[in-house]
Design a binder for this molecule. Sequence first.
Ligand SMILES: C[S@@+](CC[C@H](N)C(=O)[O-])C[C@H]1O[C@@H](n2cnc3c(N)ncnc32)[C@H](O)[C@@H]1O
Length: 307
Amino acid sequence: MPLTDLSWHRLFLISRPALRFRTCARRLRVVAKYVFGHSDAEHRRLEFQAQLVAPITRQLLVDAGIQEGMHVLDIGTGRGDVALIAADIVGDTGSVVGIDSAPTAITVARERGAASSHRNVWFEEGDPATFEPVSPLDAVIGRYVLQFLADSASVLRRLSRLLRPGGALAFHEIDWTWHRSHPPVPIWDRCCTLVTEMLAFGDADIASGSRIPLIFAEAGLPAPSIAMTTIVGGGANSHDVVERMANLVLSLLPKMQDRGLVAPDEFDPETLVQQIADEVAASASFVAAGSEVTAYTRLPDHAAETS
Ligand SMILES: C[S@@+](CC[C@H](N)C(=O)[O-])C[C@H]1O[C@@H](n2cnc3c(N)ncnc32)[C@H](O)[C@@H]1O
């Protein structure tokens, strides 16, 4: 029976008491300025990106100590990719709930959860600023979501109170401040500038990766273990970063046009990937867009301290 089926979902919750969560009665906060929205182009972008960065996210979760039997909350779950990685790690004796403020995203995530082999993961419309699990969590995780929260430190402070002692917080963010091409590739630099302008217009924090230590400190959390990986391209061997960049531009293109940032004919959606790839290859350039910053911390474990 599909995971999206409400009656099955309730049955699942009743039969697995440790997994019970309740959606907060308060109406969910509407994220009016979430700049990417949830168009088909955006879902295709997330799908491609998820495959590209999955090994980085998985390594973060393992390093953070997430393991079999744990109960995990994934905030800003989108299509559910991070929740599904976590579900794979925690196994049948654990559980994962993915929340997102966008009903469209939750519909897609539920379909994907139902189509997967995992029966320990489900998805709820929800805002991390108000969501309340019924029982304590072992970990709160998220990818590319802190950058969109109006006050990420207060959200993390609140979420940390939902964790059991020794519980983990693990976040994978992006940092746009080191994007570059060398020798310069005008279309690459133009795309990076446009994307960062649109993100900033949407009140997203384009340096959220670098700000994680500060966000954790403001949330009253222990300093994180932090790492950074940049997915780069080199000349003709740049396909993944080029496709990721083109997907970003194409997802944001209607909004860029609405704001008059690009002329209607500046980018041809049909040929953009090839155009960028050709120009990077022609100048044998090094290209980098955002950097992947991963960080985790754990709450003090009082039981371990007193034993
Ligand atoms: C860039 S997507 C990342 C999705 C997913 N974590 C991934 O890595 O593929 C950001 C997601 O955060 C969600 N989001 C943004 N602000 C939010 C908020 N205040 N509460 C809950 N979800 C939020 C968006 O709806 C979107 O699905």
